[in-house]
Design a protein around this ligand. Structure first.
Ligand code: NDP
Length: 305
């Protein structure tokens, strides 16, 4: 057993959802039931799992939800027609386009069509621009969830050296902006960063959003640092699973066919870090809780003001 404190994202997510129930009840008293419109294109099994978790959270909170499923062969225009339908319908407050879209679909064009007022994922250029200007409206759910976790766990950010590994529009970039706005000194790393470990070892707060199982090892981590693991990687090989997740969790490969591991090599990093988010049960549930929060907020802005 290592020494790092476990940052329980699942418990924080439950607390956020619990608090949201009061907002949902208040909207209900005004005859407003927040609604989430999901668009799922193709048959990627991971996407289907994520969509199910999101719609289950809607049910838990009593939100309306519907899912439009399109085949993997759908064209950009077909996908856009569904977004347009959600844009027009008053009972839909939040629109979620589950990514990735199939290669023939122009993702940027689709995301630009989502009404900025219903953009609960915070991917529309208008919402990204507002975030850059520190006037956030809808912020991408994963980084927003991580900020909530840090706040509720009493982890101070101001003045700290934060390193974000990954520069995607969905996680890395908005994460870096949120940390900057919370007065951290922020460095962003990516696949072209030279000597990654020498940079990440400077971090008081290290966020790994890479998509490479177990890439962040003990040698990347400053003793006592807070480490947030965004990665969700399915490992199907039993030997690899043992190396990455430890003997006990690797048994899942035989039972389920895979084990979920993060971008952080937890068995070694937990010996060095001061605190670490687990995978699963860390960032994943927070992302869903923030999606619910954004959907309720969209309904409040659109229908209850
Ligand atoms: P992307 O593939 O869009 O981005 C990955 C980033 O990591 C890129 O900026 C890339 O650099 C960088 N990178 C890749 N390899 C290396 C390397 N060897 N060293 C340093 N940097 C590297 O992924 P996402 O941001 O969408 O997702 C990242 C991970 O988080 C995935 O595992 C994903 O499944 C997970 N995720 C989890 C969520 C949750 O709710 N828990 C939500 C969203 C994502 P470059 O830009 O140079 O290519």
């Amino acid at each position: 057993m290592g020494s790092a404190r476990v940052l329980d994202g699942a418990a924080t997510a439950r607390a956020i959802k619990e608090e949201l129930k009061a907002d949902v009840a208040s909207l209900a008293s005004r005859r407003v039931r927040p609604g989430l419109g999901v668009l799922l294109v193709g048959d990627d099994p991971a996407s289907a799992v994520y969509v199910r978790s999101k719609t289950r959270a809607c049910e838990e909170l009593g939100l309306h939800h519907e899912t439009a499923a399109l085949p993997a062969s759908a064209s950009t225009l077909e996908v856009m027609a569904r977004v347009d339908d959600y844009n027009r319908r008053p009972e839909i407050d939040g629109i979620l386009v589950q990514l990735p879209l199939p290669p023939q679909v122009d993702t940027e064009r689709v995301l630009r069509l989502v009404s900025p007022a219903k953009d609960v994922d915070g991917f529309h250029p208008e919402n990204v621009g507002l975030l850059v200007q520190k006037r956030p409206r809808f912020v991408a759910c994963t980084p927003a969830g991580i900020m909530e976790l840090l706040r509720r766990e009493g982890i101070s950010v101001a003045g700290q050296r934060a390193v974000v590994v990954g520069r995607s529009d969905i996680v890395g970039k908005p994460m870096a902006l949120l940390l900057l706005h919370a007065d951290a000194t922020v460095t962003v790393c990516h696949s072209k960063t030279r000597d990654l470990a020498s940079v990440t070892r400077e971090a008081d707060l290290l966020v790994a959003a890479i998509g490479r199982a177990g890439l962040v090892r003990a040698e990347h981590v400053k003793p006592g640092a807070v480490v947030v693991d965004v990665g969700m990687n399915r490992i199907e090989d039993a030997a690899q699973a043992r190396e990455l997740a430890g003997e006990e969790r690797a048994e899942q490969v035989a039972r389920k066919g895979y084990v979920l591991v993060g971008d952080v090599h937890a068995p070694s990093v937990r010996e060095v870090a001061g605190a670490l988010t687990p995978v699963p049960g860390g960032v994943g549930p927070l992302t869903i809780a923030l999606l619910m929060k954004n959907t309720v907020k969209a309904a409040e802005r659109l229908r209850a003001s």
